[in-house]
Design a protein around this ligand. Structure first.
Ligand code: DHB
Ligand code: FE
Length: 285
């Protein structure tokens, strides 16, 4: 038996894991579109594509390259990755632009529900020799009227110091750098974790092929992923970013917003860094 390590990660492995994760997520069961709506959206999409072909005088060679590429996206399991990198940010904007509290950011393809839960203060599950800089992540969860949201739930997941996510790259313990944390009576939380590295979307699959062919780069700035929830409030899906990351201004997934930049400080404990970030949730109307 060969033991796989994160270095054995391939686009097809993470892509197929992300595809399976989406299939098992229950999100498909909620899709319910009327004929009118499908007609409207599908007609607009097809028209937009035809307009590009006519405007740019797309050739048969280019048309065939597109066909081959779309087939490869499926073969590599990269549909979740493609959609989350290039389109999800607009869907997120539409979904949250009514909010008075935090607006958040994209979920991305690597969320896994029901990570083991602990009461705050807590340390996220990690390997004994987990590499990187310790990060104390703390803050308070409030409602838009300023009241503390007691026992709010904070789900945190992020890449490791090498940019790999557990359950999507091989050889990493199942719940590594993933956890659910319950805030205290005042909505306060304190979570010990590790600072994640910048993340490069897989370069050896269809999406990587497009990026190389178009002369783009494959980087997302280092980020924490979060879902914050409390009774009677809208679920907040967010990402938080680290100041000074060279890709904060040109994230391939267009998912950075100024209000999502952390103010990272040296840790008071002397070990690593710490940061305070408060979340404001909108009541369900
Ligand atoms: C992708 C990966 C991420 O970690 C993320 O936050 C968004 C998108 C991706 O590979 O598609
Ligand atoms: Fe991510």
């Amino acid at each position: 038996m060969t033991i796989e390590t994160p270095a054995d990660a391939t686009a097809a492995k993470s892509g197929n894991a992300a595809t399976d994760s989406f299939r098992n997520s229950g999100k498909l069961a909620k899709v319910d579109a009327s004929t009118e709506r499908v007609n409207l959206l599908a007609s607009k999409l097809v028209k937009a594509a035809n307009d590009i072909i006519l405007e740019e005088r797309v050739s048969y060679d280019e048309f065939n390259a597109l066909k081959a590429w779309l087939i490869k996206v499926g073969d590599d399991g990269e549909w979740p990755l493609f959609l989350d990198v290039w389109l999800e940010h607009s869907v997120e904007e539409v979904a949250t632009d009514h909010r008075e509290g935090n607006k958040g950011s994209i979920e991305g393809p690597y969320y896994v529900p029901e990570a083991p839960s602990q009461n705050s203060p807590a340390t996220i599950s990690m390997r004994e020799d987990e590499k990187g800089t310790n990060l104390l992540f703390q803050g308070q969860v409030r409602s838009t009227d300023g009241s503390a949201l007691k026992n709010a739930k904070i789900e945190l997941w992020h890449a490791d110091e090498e940019g790999f996510y557990s359950q999507f790259a091989p050889g990493i313990p199942e719940w590594n750098l993933r956890g659910t944390f319950i805030a205290d009576e005042e909505g306060n939380f304190q979570i010990n974790t590790m600072q994640p590295a910048p993340y490069q979307i897989p370069t050896d699959g269809a999406c990587g092929q497009l990026i190389a062919a178009a002369g783009w780069h494959a980087w997302r700035p280092a980020h924490l992923h979060l879902k914050v929830s409390a009774e009677g409030h809208e679920l907040l899906t967010a990402q938080l970013y680290f100041p000074g990351d060279e890709h904060n201004d040109d994230d391939i997934a267009s998912a950075v917003k100024p209000e999502l930049l952390l103010d990272v400080q040296p840790a008071e404990s002397g070990n690593g860094k710490q940061v305070t970030y408060d979340f404001v949730l909108d009541p369900v109307k």
